[in-house]
Design a protein around this ligand. Structure first.
Ligand SMILES: *Cc1c(COP(=O)(O)O)cnc(C)c1O
Length: 454
């Protein structure tokens, strides 16, 4: 009997706990530092921005954290997500490898981001918060959070990078359909926005500026807090539902992965996929090679330096130790909007230093070549971000074809591309350009990154 195409779980198999990988690391990640004093920040320093439940998750050392029943109820809308066996792609490649992908595009917003948006909205509502603010680039995170806020009766206010606000009108419409308010950033509504507009009335904006605006709006109102869609420990924690389900799905077909591949922007979908498998690996139950893939145009893991830097452009956030291209990094206009952040999640950065996974960088034309091959065989049109994971998966599968090895490869298809078709248009017109981010620019940027003693 051939294996099924979709490996499904029942609703009552939605995980009951998130997995906190910090409990199993040989050493904890370095502390987050106050930008002024350079002393470690405590839970109280974060209280103006986040509810205490999320802050405690951010600093927790517990191995498992229970998922509230209210969150599991909302997860039921699309979870458990399917694990696909890519029979058709395997055939198209002529590879003996067995390729599996966990598909997160089945969520209402079309990506993995609601996995954390829902608990973040829940814990804020539980703490009596009335309104959440956030930033969004291409609109994936803004749409996920507005969906989640609608589920818990919270108001939601989104600052979207001006260039995307103009170019991606349908994500904007989704955000409004779920009842949130959306502003083009920089805006006249905040000091940070007004300062930028005074210098440049036509500023195209940046994620760094939009973060400054959303944070400013949150700290000025007692009933308002701020939400972030990647990078932080609690976000990575919430995403582990992906890997926990995939473990159960692999058990159903009596297989274990030899290679796990994920795309990394801030690192959250990759973390969500591999942390539970790493736990099993550290316990000696399997031995997958784990590979992160980033764009050659934004290579924070493969070319960035591991050191303390700011999370935003203006230098208002705490200092975190991470692989960084420098907080004033200006991304090339590649289409994978979700992979254009200057830094990597501090937890992922720390684990990379510990040698727990490998990283590689791929150019966008190779990514779209393989995305189109994927769409024509598997049917699903991937978002620009997971095309990086697909391109590396194809590289691994072609290596198996050379060697004749029947490796089992697992990747995450973390979102569909239905609102990113302009990227495919550019590809079909032959207008996609490859960018190799130069080492010299990393060195230059490091001169503007603060030097922390110790
Ligand atoms: C936001 C986003 C990413 C990048 O974020 P990670 O935290 O690295 O997962 C990747 N893919 C999609 C579809 C996204 O929406």
């Amino acid at each position: 009997m051939t294996e099924p195409t979709k490996i499904l779980l029942d609703e009552d198999e939605i995980p009951t706990h998130w997995y906190n990988v910090i409990a199993d690391l040989p050493e904890p990640p370095p502390p987050v530092l106050h930008p002024g004093t350079h002393e470690p920040v405590g839970p109280d320093d974060l209280a103006p921005l986040f509810p205490m439940d999320l802050i405690m998750q951010e600093v927790s050392g517990d191995r498992f954290i229970e998922i509230p029943e209210e969150v599991r109820e909302v997860y039921r809308i699309w979870r458990p997500s399917p694990l696909y066996r890519a029979h058709r792609l395997e055939k198209a490649l002529g590879t003996p490898a067995k390729i599996y992908y966990k598909y997160e595009g089945v969520s209402p917003a079309g990506s993995h981001k609601p996995n954390t948006a829902v608990p973040q909205a829940f814990y804020n509502a539980k703490a009596g918060v009335k309104r959440l603010t956030t930033e969004t680039g291409a609109g994936q995170w803004g749409s996920a959070l507005s969906f989640a806020c609608a589920q818990f009766g919270l108001q939601c206010e989104v600052w979207q990078v001006a260039a995307s606000f103009q170019q991606k009108p349908y994500r904007r419409s989704m955000i409004e359909a779920w009842g949130a308010t959306i502003h083009s950033s920089p805006s006249e509504l905040t000091e940070a926005g007004r300062a930028i507009l005074a210098q440049d009335p036509d500023s195209p904006g940046s994620l760094g500026i939009a973060i400054s605006e959303a944070v400013e709006a949150a700290v000025q109102d007692e009933d308002t807090k701020y939400a972030l869609g990647s990078v932080l420990n609690h976000v990575l924690l919430h995403q582990t539902v992906i890997g926990e389900e995939a473990l159960k799905q692999f058990a159903k077909v009596d297989a274990t992965p030899d290679v796990i591949v994920g795309c990394t922007g801030g690192g959250s979908n990759f973390a969500g996929l591999f942390f539970p498998f790493l736990r099993e690996k550290l316990a000696g139950k399997m031995d997958p090679r784990i590979v992160a893939v980033e764009p050659s145009a934004c290579p924070s893991l493969t070319k960035g330096e591991y050191r303390y830097d700011f999370g935003d452009t203006a230098g208002m956030t705490p200092l975190v130790k991470m692989h960084t291209l420098g907080h004033d990094f200006v991304p090339e206009p590649i289409h994978a909007g979700g992979l254009r952040y200057h830094g990597m999640a501090p937890l992922i950065s720390h684990m990379y230093e510990l040698g727990l996974f490998e990283a590689t960088a791929i150019n966008q034309t190779e990514c779209f070549d393989q995305a189109v091959r994927f769409a024509r065989s598997e049917g699903i049109i991937p978002a620009p971000e997971p095309t990086h994971a697909i391109a590396q998966t194809v590289r691994e599968a072609m290596a198996c074809k050379e060697s004749g090895e029947e490796k089992v490869i697992l990747t995450a298809l973390c979102g569909h591309g239905h609102f990113d078709m302009a990227a495919y248009d550019a590809y079909f017109r032959g207008e996609l350009t490859d960018f190799e981010y130069p080492e010299e620019k990393v060195r230059e940027a490091m001169a503007r990154v603060p030097v922390i003693a110790g």
